[in-house]
Design a protein around this ligand. Structure first.
Ligand SMILES: [Ca+2]
Ligand SMILES: [Ca+2]
Ligand SMILES: [Ca+2]
Length: 213
């Protein structure tokens, strides 16, 4: 029994690291997109990213990809760093300046199409970091998202990650429609991923085993 603390220590440390760590997957992620406001879209649209506070997005780009032929309709070049809360809102700049989007961090002029279409996030080297396709893609149309497409909700609703920090690379599983968009705020996962939960169980079983010696 006296050896329990030292023998258990590696498990405790591993569990602590696991539980403190973020769910697997690269950050930042596309956490929400509003591509069709009620009525005019001018100054109302936004893309929200979630990532590590302070991380640079200098030279990163957001592309709008036309579902009908795969052509890139917009390329927005980002700059600066992710804010202290990790949530960066890129808002459409209205004709004449300004934006209707709350908590806008960056302004750009864009009007992504209403689906079936995609938005792709690339790093400064041009590598795809994350991608969201939404809507029902007919045969021959080009889906540039991940897995299966997210829904294409009615005008005024956004497409948002269920958890801003969870990415299974399946848009249908990762995203949901939000009737009330939430630029600048996002739910984060509060429970361990399944793999983490399994390891937690294994770790606890190991501790129990040590305890019986
Ligand atoms: Ca509209
Ligand atoms: Ca992804
Ligand atoms: Ca949000």
């Amino acid at each position: 029994m006296t050896t329990l603390p030292s023998r258990a220590l590696p498990f405790v440390l591993a569990l602590a690291a696991l539980l403190a760590g973020r769910p697997a997957g690269a950050l930042p992620l596309i956490s929400e997109v509003l591509y069709d406001a009620v009525g005019t879209d001018d100054g109302a649209l936004f893309v929200e990213l979630y990532g590590t506070p302070g991380a640079s997005v200098d030279g990163w780009t957001l592309e709008g990809v036309n579902g009908s032929d795969g052509s890139v309709t917009h390329t927005l070049t980002l700059s600066g760093t992710l804010p202290a809360d990790g949530i960066l809102v890129i808002a459409d700049e209205a004709t004449g300046g300004g934006t209707l989007v709350a908590e806008a961090d960056l302004l750009a002029s864009f009007d992504f199409q209403n689906g079936p279409d995609s938005v792709v996030l690339r790093d400064a080297l041009g590598s795809v970091v994350d991608a969201l396709g939404y809507g029902t893609f007919a045969e021959g149309e080009v889906f540039a998202g991940e897995g299966f497409p997210a829904p294409d909700p009615a005008a005024g609703a956004s497409v948002a990650r269920v958890f801003a920090d969870v990415d299974t690379n399946d848009n249908a599983a990762d995203f949901t429609a939000l009737d009330v968009p939430t630029p600048g705020t996002a739910p984060l996962s509060t429970v361990p991923e399944p793999a983490a939960a399994l390891l937690l169980g294994v770790g606890l079983a190991a501790l129990a085993g040590f305890g019986r010696r």
